[in-house]
Ligand binder design. Sequence first.
Ligand SMILES: Nc1ncnc2c1ncn2[C@@H]1O[C@H](COP(=O)(O)OP(=O)(O)OP(=O)(O)O)[C@@H](O)[C@H]1O
Length: 320
Amino acid sequence: MIEVRNLVKKYGNHVAVDHLDFTVEKGKIYGFLGPNGAGKSTTMNMITGYIASTEGEILIDGHNILEEPEKAKKCIGYLPELPPLYQDMTVMEYLKFVAELKSIPKAEIEKNISEVMSTTKLDEMKNRLIKNLSKGYKQRVGLAQALLGYPEIIILDEPTVGLDPKQIIEIRDLIKSLGEKHTVILSSHILSEVSAVCDYVLIIDHGRLVASDSPENLSKVMTGANSLELTVKGPEEEIRKALDVVENIEELIYHESMVENACDFTVKIAGDRDVRENIFFALAEAKYPILKMQSTNMTLEEVFLKLTDSGEEKEDAGNL
Ligand SMILES: Nc1ncnc2c1ncn2[C@@H]1O[C@H](COP(=O)(O)OP(=O)(O)OP(=O)(O)O)[C@@H](O)[C@H]1O
C-alpha cells in the first residue's frame, strides 16, 4: 500500500529524516511513535506530498508521490497537526469546499458528505460556524475532510493533541472504527494512545527507524524472551525438582529472597508460551506455595524509553 525507500530529508545540514525504510500494508492501523522532533511530521508531510524528499522514494499504491502526485494523493486522506479549517464557514460549507477541491464529482458530493458526517458524528453541527465548535468537534471536522473522496489511506498527525480526556476517547474510538475500512497511519508521542489503537508500531528517533513490530512483540523482543519473576516458599532444590515437570521452562535463575524460607527465581520461558497455570499446578501438587508470580515483559513505555534513550526524551516521560 505504502512503500518508503531510503527516505532522507535535510534542512540545510540538519538531517530530520535519516534513511527511513518501511512498508505499510493494507487494512491495519499503524502508529508512528517518537519523541518531539524525531521527524514524524516531516515524514508524514513527505508521504502526503506536502514537501519533497532530499533522497529516496515513496510509492503509494504503486504511484510515486513525486512523479504521479495526483494519482498518489487520491489514495490519501490527511489530517495535519494543524488542520487548515476556515473558521468563518459552517461545517457543511467547509466540507463542500473541500469536496470540490478534491474534485469529487458533483453528483456524489452530497452523499459523500452525508456519509462522512455520519461516520464522524457531525450531523448535529452541520450548520454551526467552525469557530464556534469545541476543539473535539473541530478535530472531527478535520477528520471528516480527510475522509472525503473515500481515500484508502488515512494519515493523522497527532490527532488528539490538545483534547480533553473525554474527547480523546471519542477520537480514539473513531480512529479504531476507521481501521475497519481504511489503512490508518497515526503519529503520536503518547504511548498509551499507540498501544490502545494500533496493530503495528514504528518507533522513530533522530529521524531513524529504531523498531517496528506489533506492540506485544516489541515488549517480548526487548526482554529477549518471555520470562516470569517467581517467589516460592520452600527449599531451592525441592522447588527445582517440582518444576521439572513443567514443559517450556528454559532456565531457572535463583535469587536470594527477602521473604523468610522462600526463594526468588527468574523463569525463562521458550517462545511465547504461557506456563503460569502449569507452574501453579506443579507447585501446588508439591505443596510449595507461590507467594508471587509476575510476568516481566517490558511495557511499551519501557521499550520506547530504552530505544530512544537520550536526555531530551527523559523530559518527555511526563507526557507518556
Ligand atoms: N522547515 C524546517 N526547517 C528546519 N528544520 C525543520 C523544519 N521542519 C522541521 N525541522 C526540524 O526537523 C526535525 C524533525 O521535525 P518534525 O517536526 O518532523 O518532528 P516530529 O517528530 O514531528 O516532532 P513533533 O512531535 O514535535 O511535531 C526537528 O529537529 C525540527 O526542528
